[in-house]
Design a protein around this ligand. Sequence first.
Ligand code: FAD
Length: 649
Amino acid sequence: MLRALASIYIEGQGLSRRDVFKVFRVCAHSSPASEQTVLSTDGAKKSNAKETSYATTAADSGGGAPPPPPPPRPPPARSPRVWSAFAALTAITASLGGVYIYRKMNGDVDDEKDTKLSSDEREADAGETALPASGEALPAHVQYLLVGGGTASFAAMRAIRSARPDAQVLIVGAESALPYMRPPLSKELWREPDLAARAARPDSLTFRQWNGRRRSVTYEPSAFYTPPDRLRDGGAGAGVARGWRATRLDPVRHSAELAAPGGATHTLTYDKCLVATGARARRVPALRAAAAAGRALALRGVRDVARLAAALDDPALRTVAVVGGGFLACELAVALADRLREDGKRVVQVFREGAPLAGVLPRYLADDVAARLTEAGVTLLPEVEVTGAALQEGGVHVQLSSGARLDAQLVVECVGVEPEVELARASGLELEPRLGGVLVNAELQARSDVFAAGDVACFYDEALGRRRVEHHDHAVVSGRLAGENMAALAPPKPYKHQSMFWSDLGPRLGYEAIGIVDSELPTFGVFSADAVGDEATEPHALAVGASMGPSEGVAEGPSEGVAGGPSVGVAGGPSVGVAGGPSESVARRAGPPRRYERGVVFYVREQRVVGVLLWNLFNRMHVARQVISKGEFEDLFEVAKLFSPQEED
Ligand SMILES: Cc1cc2nc3c(=O)[nH]c(=O)nc-3n(C[C@H](O)[C@H](O)[C@H](O)COP(=O)(O)OP(=O)(O)OC[C@H]3O[C@@H](n4cnc5c(N)ncnc54)[C@H](O)[C@@H]3O)c2cc1C
């Protein structure tokens, strides 16, 4: 028997002063055999677990339709040392000898809109080609019209076809690619060679998943879909009008107007329509001229991947700036740093928060992310905004709010998305003024026979109130439910699913979350202490800050950065006290940030757990879902034990 000593580390943010820390110690037992089981079954377990989690999802939405393929997701590589720590955590609930606990207080409606494209739409569609090229090949009527060629529409199509195999479904998508998944666009794809050329042919674009298997970004090949002219001739099936945009719906007449970039137009009628137009990337106003000159771009679709990959291949590129501190910016910064490292090109991440992901993670975890990004080779520039940009020969001078200037050959804008509501607005659908998006009821209906799902839908969540969610799992489940309700084999069902999202930051950190995950909320985190501090002594000071001066750009490396950025480091060790209410800041120690390897964070609102974050902890989403649904607990530390990994993990 291997006798391992492990401990639990608890972090809180914005909790009351009563939540003083306690000190325990734990003595955990695990056997080498069980560790080996864990290691050897990881791949299979992981893949099964993902499928199970999607099956659960189907049940949640009341569905029987086959779910779309689960999203690809590489688990961070786990060293034996990590696994033994993991196994130690497993045994915590069994043998509490002592644990040390530390709590740190931590529509407007356009009156007129014809089938011509707006300037925004024209810009978005530049480079897309319509297939079929002429409206003559499109049907004059379909039973099910799905607007948007993304994940939500694809999921709806499968649900409809499953409920009504003889149905006629037409997906109308503004992109010329077949429906595809977006998550690999900021992760796995950047490990692929010849990406610029391959991404220009998205129908055959593949990537390597975490389990080594190759997979296509498109959900199905073109042979899966019914040619639109067969639908026109009355045949059943699911067709795609690629490169076509719906410009207006008439919910009363049940008609839709379509337009293609070449100027072709078409009008058709429908029985039921889904609006799944997703979201579009927000842009930085100060970078408009740089964008027009091809020196700034946003990453939303596969065509953006092709453009970005081509730009990165330019031998003259030395610095790429990633603007933003959210999920996409962090994922992409890590992926690009990894891709460009050998070429000596560098990635600088510019963001307004004090640490990356500080808008969603409690600060101590955001500081941990900062350290990880720095180790991955990303130069971080926190607490600055892009205030201006001047084109220069071969690049752009990016002016920062700090007064510093960053010289880059390319800027990638990852500053969030906004729901794509042009169609909804032109069609007189009600928009949600605060959260944005198309207002739908719990059954995802906007008007009679008009539904909305995915990123664009602002829906009513019985547990958490009105919400809009911009994540893959939500697109899958809401799309599927909309499809089931459109097929109407039974009375419409409400959306009750608590969707999850995931993100990976390089090979050693993956996290999943569910519910409302917002760093403004009080949080309570429990981490495996054997892993919490195990790298805290290693020097990995952050390279933050910028050097001034017209041509110097950003200072590089840990020693060159200007001091005074986020001198991160959560007050550490078991003997550190607890800061008070939300307004009291956590005492911070000088030195390196603490490393958090595995744990769970609860987000609390009005005494209820409304969000759960699993940090390098996998296959526990079903537990998190139950925790959110119950909401109120006496002791969150006890709840945290539910997330201890089991031997079979
Ligand atoms: C790079 C990237 C990485 C991501 N990674 C993750 C991740 O790791 N985990 C996670 O949970 N989520 C992730 N997401 C978010 C996730 O991909 C989205 O939430 C999901 O794609 C939303 O699906 P959707 O069908 O609602 O919209 P979309 O996928 O955006 O599809 C909408 C489609 O509709 C088209 N369209 C818009 N207007 C019209 C119109 N009028 N007529 C016809 N077509 C129209 C658009 O061109 C688009 O093709 C990522 C997103 C991106 C961009």
